[in-house]
Design a protein around this ligand. Structure first.
Ligand code: GDP
Ligand code: K
Ligand code: MG
Length: 284
């Protein structure tokens, strides 16, 4: 039978460990505490005749190189190459949680988003067209409540569909690019041209992801590039792209990339008719 390797990625306290425990029958600690160790817990489960290895990763708000947790999660994704990522989202904090989602999309992964804490959003009277949101992000999104397991069957069903799908199958494998606006997109393409000249790099990484990381002045990505024979040309391309972004937007490229991601999120939420606490008036 098939075994699907799945990694749980999401902000702290979005419900990763609750899902891990629910699905694998483990009894890891859940709740508001700050972990002391940066590690991955592995569990197992079965759905629809498929076996799943689940890896519960530390919580991260972002995938920058600024904290050990973030670097660890990146490393797990790139080096362990899970078949599918579950991006657990606290749906009661959609905007903030979707920031990480945009970074995961840059990595060109097979991914399902769990819109977790859906009970909380319903209690509050939030409105969101999650099918629309799913379409705009190019990622299947499933409402879930990991505290009681609601939506978990559907989520695993989506994972299997994704695992079995080809690049051409829509909508299950629809890789979109977050549009960062033409100044940044031009810079990304320019840097990618140089990155693609390195055969091993091209095979191992998404050059788009690396180009974005270089525009973010990511120390880890720079370190990787500096080890290449073509390092000078790549970093020169990056510096030129960053300078153009600065000239055209008035922002350093790191800020400009972040703003562009939030711009994309705001646009998507607006199109998905996102509204919080809509029912408040009626119920008070
Ligand atoms: P993690 O940091 O991502 O591993 O999150 P945890 O699994 O530790 O969950 C954080 C807190 O949220 C815990 O108190 C959970 O009981 C609670 N929780 C998890 N999922 C849900 C959910 O869907 N709804 C509600 N209301 N609470 C949840
Ligand atoms: K926690
Ligand atoms: Mg946890």
């Amino acid at each position: 039978s098939h075994t699907i390797n799945v990694a749980l990625v999401g902000n702290p306290n979005c419900g990763k460990t609750s899902l891990f425990n629910f699905a694998s029958g483990a009894h890891e600690r859940v709740g508001n505490y700050s972990g002391v160790t940066v590690d991955a817990k592995v569990g197992h489960t079965e759905y629809e005749g498929y076996e799943f290895n689940l890896v519960d990763l530390p919580g991260t708000y972002s995938l920058s190189a600024y904290s050990p947790e973030e670097l660890y999660v990146r490393k797990q994704i790139i080096e362990k190459t899970p078949d599918v990522i579950i991006n657990v989202i606290d749906a009661s904090n959609l905007e903030r949680n979707l920031y990480l989602t945009t970074q995961l999309i840059d990595m060109h992964l097979r991914m399902v988003c769990a819109l977790n804490m859906f009970d909380e959003t319903q209690k509050r009277g939030d409105n969101v067209d999650y099918n629309k949101l799913s379409e705009l992000f190019g990622v299947p999104m499933v409402p879930t409540v990991f505290k009681d397991g609601s939506g978990v069957n559907e989520m695993f069903h989506q994972i299997i569909e994704l695992y079995e799908s080809n690049e051409d199958d829509k909508p299950h494998f629809r890789h979109i690019h977050i549009n960062h606006g033409h100044e940044i997109e031009n810079g990304i393409s320019h840097i990618q041209e140089y990155l693609k000249k390195d055969e091993t790099l091209r095979q191992r990484y998404s050059t788009r992801y690396l180009a974005i990381k270089l525009l973010e002045n990511d120390a880890e990505a720079e370190k990787k590039i500096k080890a290449l024979p073509t390092a000078d040309a790549i970093l020169k391309a990056r510096d030129a792209a960053a300078q153009r972004v600065l000239d055209e937007t008035g922002d350093d490229s790191e800020t400009a990339v972040m703003d562009a991601k939030y711009g994309f999120i705001h646009g998507a939420l607006q199109e998905a008719q996102y509204e919080t606490g809509k029912k408040k008036d009626t119920y008070q």
